[in-house]
Design a protein around this ligand. Structure first.
Ligand SMILES: [Zn+2]
Length: 238
């Protein structure tokens, strides 16, 4: 999920999403800058901030109306290093976009995995694997955006408070209560795991207009340089 923040702009090769949370503007970097950053990290002796020996990869995010976004995700049963790597890559991809939530479905990995961080300073990273909502209350309306539906925001009615049960990256079951943006974000991401998008809550007319707008924007977008990054699925041995 993404949220709208005023003052966005596109400057040179640096893509600054309009819904970047305050203070994260510099995180929206373009392809060439990404490549340089990864090379810098690999060439330097410094341990990157995520404390691993391999740099994370930015994953490609599928965009509406890509039919792969309609795939229903299956539960995760193996909690291994490949899963951990995928989780790290998804966080990096979400922060770089920037967004506040990302479901594995959006990076073409159809497993029940969600990463979220609704804070402004990356201080609230949350991982939900095989999540189920146990209780919902306080239905209300909040404006939503989605990294798979770039630049589009609209209001959706959802529970503003949920109780959820899920597994963490080690496969340990936990339960927690979420409210406000975190509750809305979790429900938005869980919809992705079911092959559902927030634009499905809008009228057919609106959804059609959004599809046409995004298809036009994609046609006008400069071709992406070829990437030698590991595709998302490779982490899970697909
Ligand atoms: Zn989304």
């Amino acid at each position: 999920m993404s949220r709208r923040v005023s003052g966005g702009r596109r400057s040179g090769n640096v893509r600054v999403w309009p819904w970047a949370p305050k203070g994260t503007e510099r995180r929206g970097f373009g392809e060439s800058e990404k490549a340089r950053n990864l090379t810098d990290i690999m060439m330097s002796n410094e341990l990157p901030f995520w404390q691993g020996s391999t740099p994370m990869a930015l994953l490609d995010i599928l965009e509406f109306p890509d039919p792969r976004l309609r795939t229903r995700a299956v539960p995760i049963t193996t909690f291994d290093a490949a899963l951990s790597r995928l989780i790290d890559d998804m966080f990096e991809t979400m922060y770089a976009a920037p967004g506040i939530g990302l479901a594995a479905s959006q990076v073409d990995v159809h497993r029940q995995l969600i990463v979220m961080d609704c804070s402004n300073d990356r201080s609230d990273p949350l991982v939900f694997i095989n999540p189920e909502i146990l209780a919902r209350e306080n239905v209300g309306v909040m404006e939503e955006g989605c990294l798979s539906v770039p630049g589009i925001f609209d209001e959706v009615e959802r529970a503003q408070r949920v109780r959820v049960r899920a597994k963490d990256r080690d496969g340990k079951v936990f339960e927690c209560e979420l409210d406000g943006i975190r509750a809305v974000c979790l429900q938005h991401e869980m919809d992705h795991l079911d092959g559902k998008l927030f634009v499905d809550y809008l009228s057919t007319l609106k959804r059609d207009r959004i599809r046409k707008k995004l298809e036009k924007e994609r046609r006008d977008r400069p071709a992406k340089p070829t990437s030698d990054e590991v595709p998302a699925g490779a982490a899970l041995g697909r």
